[in-house]
Design a protein around this ligand. Structure first.
Ligand SMILES: NC(=O)C1=CN([C@@H]2O[C@H](COP(=O)(O)OP(=O)(O)OC[C@H]3O[C@@H](n4cnc5c(N)ncnc54)[C@H](O)[C@@H]3O)[C@@H](O)[C@H]2O)C=CC1
Ligand SMILES: O=C(O)[C@@H]1CCC=N1
Length: 287
């Protein structure tokens, strides 16, 4: 596993995106588009394919594959994993040996994608998170068959969206999905819990939420910008026999095991999604 970059750099000169078909452009693919657009990425060669026809800002949007034009360089699969078996045959007709299939689908393995898109130049799995929208995302990349030119192109594109990690195997990618892909939801719940506790002790609800959010944001920023170890941050805050020590005496025995079980559950679900996509005759796979 290798880190391509630590944070998103300045936008620099505008990058011309390869021709990309965004098939499914909801919360996650939409966040990627938003991040790229905010960095000035030129999507003039790309298209969003949406049965609803609702325009994706900054992208030519069409309702059917037939309207999309020439087969793309990157076919970005941005729908739910359960849709894969239904949509793949139609999509595969448009995949040539010059098209790389880029999947953000949680769980679904490269072997399954390769079976469904036999003509593809390469199959690439990407595991981003929604903070890509503001270019502070975390994205894992994995491919067994992408050549160096494609890897470089993808690195260049995803670096724009934040921390980018090239995985050496799919297990690493799955773990990034469980920790970072799902992570914003866990962190949002933590912020909410902190806010509720403030509220329970008399703070105005909106103010308490702002305080909790800024506390998490500020701590993340402090850690990221100074490189301080977590123990060091705790040491700076925890006075001997003070308030933090009292709070941590409750939190520390419970939190690692709780977070561990949380990530284990997400990982198990990822494995189930992978199995469902693999098995045509399973209830989910046949969807
Ligand atoms: N939401 C997240 O934070 C993350 C999601 N993912 C993956 O991203 C994928 C999408 O998830 P979300 O964006 O959360 O879901 P979403 O429901 O927001 O977006 C999926 C989109 O696919 C569209 N769609 C459905 N059928 C279609 C069709 N036939 N043709 C074209 N578009 C179609 C839907 O209208 C919707 O806009 C999933 O596979 C998920 O595993 C991966 C990492 C993080
Ligand atoms: O919940 C999910 O399955 C997707 C993948 C990671 C975040 N959202």
């Amino acid at each position: 596993m290798s880190v391509v970059n630590v944070t998103a750099g300045p936008a620099g000169s505008p990058v011309l995106a390869p021709s990309i078909w965004f098939v499914g452009c909801g919360n996650m693919a939409g966040a990627m588009v938003e991040g790229w657009r905010s960095a000035g990425v030129d999507f003039s060669q790309s298209v969003a394919i949406r049965p609803s026809g609702t325009p994706v800002p900054g992208l030519r949007t069409v309702q059917t594959l037939g309207e999309a034009g020439r087969p793309p360089e990157l076919l970005l699969l941005g729908f739910k994993p359960q849709m894969l078996r239904e949509l793949a045959p139609g999509l595969a007709n448009w995949v040539t040996s010059r098209t790389a299939v880029v999947s953000i689908l949680a769980g679904v393995e490269v072997a399954t994608l390769r079976e469904l898109f036999p003509r593809a130049q390469a199959v690439v799995r990407v595991m981003p998170n929604v903070a890509c929208a503001i270019r502070r995302g975390v994205t894992g990349l994995y491919s067994a068959d992408a050549d160096e030119a494609l890897r470089t192109r993808l690195r260049q594109l995803f670096m724009i969206l934040g921390l980018t990690v090239e995985c050496t195997n799919e297990a690493e990618l799955a773990t990034i999905g469980s920790v970072a892909g799902a992570g914003p939801a866990y962190v949002a719940r933590f912020i909410e819990a902190l806010a509720r506790a403030g509220e329970a002790r008399g703070l105005d609800p909106q103010l308490s939420l702002t305080i909790a959010r800024e506390t998490v944001f500020g701590t993340g920023w402090l850690a990221a910008t100074t490189g301080a170890e977590m123990d060091e941050i705790v040491r700076r805050v925890r006075s001997p026999n003070g308030t933090t020590a009292a709070g941590l005496a409750v939190l520390e025995p419970e939190l690692p095991a709780l977070v561990g079980r949380t990530i284990d559950a997400a990982a198990r679900r990822g494995a189930e999604l992978a199995a469902a996509a693999r098995a045509i005759d399973s209830p989910e796979g046949a969807a």
